[in-house]
Design a protein around this ligand. Structure first.
Ligand SMILES: Nc1nc2c(ncn2[C@@H]2O[C@H](COP(=O)(O)OP(=O)(O)OP(=O)(O)O)[C@@H](O)[C@H]2O)c(=O)[nH]1
Ligand SMILES: [Mg+2]
Length: 287
């Protein structure tokens, strides 16, 4: 029996579980997919950071506008609280302006209005957080066409920025409002008179430029140098696309009336936050 039992004991064959799968994990196909996903992820991170960079526009404010409008006088009042005798600027001035109320500093670039220099605006406009277009309200009635030509260049530069970029905010300064005081209605402030005058004249002149272009007629003689211009930047929503600042497709355009004290400079005790630039300082703080 014992011998029988021993001889009939079942044979146990150990089951061998394969340690390696039939196909390897890292086939050339999976490696290609992994490399592709990694490349897409890197690209997404790169795009994210570059877009963030273009959105966080730093603190650059551009002062632009025709010659003799008062840009350098404004910059010197913002920085030193006084104006110095100025001449036509032949190069760009850059200064830092402190805004203690909002604990901010802005870098302000004053770009001269001379036709040969004013185009330097294109070097800065992509990085600008805000643009102030300065107009001499006391002479705009006779200089309207030339001022409008200069503003048209700025509007065109703004609307030509890449769509991914947040446009700098635009303010038009109806400057030298102090020169409009005499002989005006007592109810209207010199600032509001300056704003009305500048806005009305520029709207009229820009509409002339837009109508001439859309009618296929050049705008010879309208510009300072009388050149034929075919620039965009004047597109407006609304009736027949007539140019109005309120309907400008490039965004909101704000108007402020400003002035600075010229001559011997402002004495220490005269330094005040309610000078002719207080509305500009407030706008700069909000920008
Ligand atoms: N009455 C008055 N005069 C001003 C005012 N602002 C500037 N001016 C005078 O206007 C003249 C021109 O001012 P600037 O600051 O040199 O003009 P700008 O815009 O820098 O001119 P460019 O450098 O040629 O582009 C100077 O004689 C200033 O003293 C103002 O608010 N009121
Ligand atoms: Mg100047």
């Amino acid at each position: 029996m014992d011998a029988d039992t021993g001889s009939t004991a079942p044979q146990i064959t150990p089951e061998v579980v394969p340690v390696m799968p039939a196909t390897p994990i890292f086939t050339s196909q999976t490696l290609t997919i992994a490399a592709f996903s990694l490349a897409v992820a890197c690209l997404a991170i790169l795009i994210f950071f570059t877009r963030r960079k273009s959105r966080s526009k730093g603190n650059l404010l551009l002062l632009v506008g025709p010659p003799d409008a008062g840009k350098t006088a404004i910059l010197s009042t913002l920085v030193y609280n006084q104006t110095l005798p100025t001449h036509t600027s032949l190069q760009t001035n850059v200064s830092t302006v402190a805004l203690p109320e909002v604990k901010k500093t802005l870098t302000v670039v004053d770009i001269p209005g001379h036709p040969r220099i004013r185009d330097q605006v294109s070097e800065y406009i992509g990085d600008a957080k805000a643009i102030a277009f300065v107009v001499d309200a006391s002479t705009v009635s006779r200089n309207g066409p030339a001022v409008a030509e200069h503003l048209h260049i700025i509007l065109n530069a703004l609307t030509s920025l890449p769509p991914s970029q947040v446009l700098p905010s635009l303010v038009i300064l109806a400057h030298k409002s102090d020169l409009l005081k005499s002989g005006t209605a007592a109810s209207a402030t010199s600032e509001s008179l300056a704003i009305n005058r500048v806005k009305t004249i520029l709207e009229r002149e820009l509409e002339k430029r837009r109508a001439s272009q859309s009618g296929g007629v050049g705008v010879e003689g309208l510009g300072e140098e009388g050149e034929r211009t075919e620039m965009g930047g004047l597109e407006c929503s609304g009736e027949k696309g007539v140019f109005r600042f309120d309907a400008w497709e490039g965004g909101e355009v704000l108007f402020l009336g400003t002035s600075v004290k010229v001559g011997q400079g402002v004495q220490e005790e005269e330094k005040t936050d309610t000078d002719g630039l207080s509305s500009l300082r407030q706008w700069m703080g909000d920008a």
